[in-house]
Design a protein around this ligand. Sequence first.
Ligand SMILES: Nc1nc2c(ncn2[C@@H]2O[C@H](COP(=O)(O)OP(=O)(O)O)[C@@H](O)[C@H]2O)c(=O)[nH]1
Ligand SMILES: [Mg+2]
Length: 331
Amino acid sequence: MHELAQRILTGDPRAVARACRLIDERSPDAEALLRALFQKTGRARVIGVTGAPGSGKSTLTDGLVARARARGERVGVLAIDPSSPFTGGALLGDRIRMQRHAADDEVFIRSFGTRGAHGGLARSTTACVQVLDVWGARTIFIETVGVGQVEVDVLDVAETVVVVVVPGMGDDVQANKAGILEIADVFALNKADHAGAERAERELAAALALGRAPVKLAGGHHHSAAPAATPEDTPRIVRTVATREEGLDALLAAIDEHGIWLRTTEPGAERRIARRRASASRQLSELVTARVLDELTPRLAELAARVGEAEIDPHTASEQMLAELREKRRS
Ligand SMILES: Nc1nc2c(ncn2[C@@H]2O[C@H](COP(=O)(O)OP(=O)(O)O)[C@@H](O)[C@H]2O)c(=O)[nH]1
Ligand SMILES: [Mg+2]
């Protein structure tokens, strides 16, 4: 297994693909590998790109990848495919959108399905981010639709989150409802070639000025005390036309600027620490939960059946399981 770590370290993209597969399959080998790699992580910059299906995330990411490549950076892209019957083509779409980088050995692109991922998706992407980091990716993009806890959880490894919105997306109330004001570090107002771009920008800016709530972190249950937004860290809105690669330099500049804010200011440092803690906390709870559930599985099914038959209440059943677990640990 350390042989695979070695190959990743030497920059072999096939080793990265193999590692991500092992991670997906929950192979025990993956755990050993990640343990071996962990000390060497922490150099990559992770950028989240989120927004509604069809807003242009893949097209934008493709353009950003090209720019990062032009700077000489090695790049990773992890695309989360919602696998819903309505967006079934997303996975293929992401690949096609980024086709021009397919032959580039310095670009690693991978899609993750969410179907049946039951909270394991954030774990898989986080692990794959670590692999890409050690592989030498300078920038890693994570593309994900911004709906659902699973899709939002994967963003907690990102240092900068770009939220893609389009004209006519509806009023600011709707934007707020989706929670995007809280998770956005930068807005890409894409499809600026469509009518209503100006108005959409005005509305978004007004919504931001009005009530950017104290920063909430992706990661659901672990809302650490992050600093409230100040005028300096109000997210930038950058107009883009991804299909014509317009506004991409400005978008990249806004992303870079946010990275500088994170590294050079007090609230930026606090944000970084808070995000890292939220991510670590999520990772730990997922790992522990998975382990404990593995151990409990047969018993869990038995007791669930009995609870289902109203033979026993769920509290008593869970107490019983924990007691059995403790007993097993002692022996
Ligand atoms: N007119 C216009 N179309 C765009 C723009 N960006 C993306 N598209 C188109 O919108 C569709 C969805 O783009 P895609 O990148 O797959 O969106 P995703 O689902 O968010 O990844 C594609 O047909 C793109 O060509 C844009 O700025 N202007
Ligand atoms: Mg896409």
